[in-house]
Design a binder for this molecule. Structure first.
Ligand code: SF4
Ligand code: SF4
Length: 284
């Protein structure tokens, strides 16, 4: 049985309960108290100590392009109530809205991190989740650039790589992952991958029927496909281009670019050789 996630970004309210639950259950350290200046998102990104990251994506107001969804926080609607109190006579129409997205490891079917790992530390466990064995990881860091989503990072203490375990320890005890359990809007759904795919299909259709034709399931052949990755067990319903959520439109296996890189190196070597030969030749 393969288990995974379906994250429906259209009902995420950005409460960050999932982020906190992940930190708490997995006893992950905090990342400092820095103000990034990037909206209200001070977590910045996924890392070896942050395995769920709720991205805050601020949108300019443009009614024609972005329509309000139930889970989105519409700044204009909020501001209407305090219109008279806005400082400096701020223009309400100049405000936009937020979209939230709780990002996590994609648990790729053909996981590039697993392919890059030389020690066999990254395995697929009995739930078909991509799992890093911390006691086998030697901190070489090969998996870090191999991940097309930028999910894995090494911790500074000893260089070992960490990421979402899909709460393996909870699944073994028949519990759902901590993040899904904590989510108050059911934006994060956990279950069997086949079941989640059916739910995703129905939800996308429901959104289309309600007048949101831009809703789609990320990582399908219609949206750039999944390169050689063969699909994700961690799925997302999105309303905008993948890049908006810091996701690649078409994730690639690292080896997909090896041919081009090798050719570029060969061309550079030949060109350099020609320049050196010309320089020596002209000096005689
Ligand atoms: S499944 Fe567990 S480890 Fe993964 S993001 Fe959720 S709480 Fe964190
Ligand atoms: S996914 Fe759920 S728990 Fe996480 S921020 Fe969104 S609504 Fe809150």
């Amino acid at each position: 049985m393969a288990t995974g996630f379906l994250t429906d970004t259209t009902v995420c309210i950005g409460c960050k309960a999932c982020e906190v639950a992940c930190k708490q259950w997995n006893q992950l350290p905090h990342d400092g108290y820095e103000l990034t200046g990037d909206s209200y998102d001070n977590t910045k990104q996924l890392s070896g100590s942050t395995w769920r990251h709720v991205a805050f994506i601020e949108k300019p107001k443009d009614e024609n392009r972005y329509r309000k969804l139930s889970g989105d926080v519409d700044l204009v609607a909020l501001a209407e109530g305090v219109k008279d109190q806005l400082p400096g006579g701020a223009e309400i129409d100049g405000l936009g809205r937020w979209t939230f997205m709780s990002d996590v490891c994609k648990h790729c079917v053909e996981a590039p991190c697993q392919q890059a790992c030389p020690t066999g530390a990254i395995i697929r466990n009995e739930f078909d989740n991509v799992y890093i064995q911390p006691d086998v990881c030697n901190g070489c860091g090969y998996c870090v650039p191999a991940c097309p989503y930028g999910v894995i990072t090494s911790i500074p203490e000893d260089g070992r790589a960490f990421k979402c375990t899909l709460c393996y320890d909870r699944q073994v005890d028949g519990l759902e992952p901590a993040c899904a359990k904590a989510c108050p809007t059911n934006s994060i759904m956990f279950g069997e991958v086949e079941e989640l795919e059916k739910i995703a299909e129905e939800r996308v259709q429901q959104l289309h029927d309600r007048g949101y034709p831009n809703a789609f399931l990320y990582g399908t052949p219609e949206v750039g496909g999944t390169g050689g990755i063969g699909g994700n067990h961690s799925k997302f319903i999105l309303m905008d281009e993948p890049e908006t959520y810091n996701l690649p439109e078409a994730p690639l296996l690292p080896q997909a670019t090896v041919g081009k890189a090798t050719l570029a190196s060969a061309v550079t070597a030949v060109a350099l050789g020609a320049v050196v030969a010309w320089a020596f030749g002209s000096g005689e």
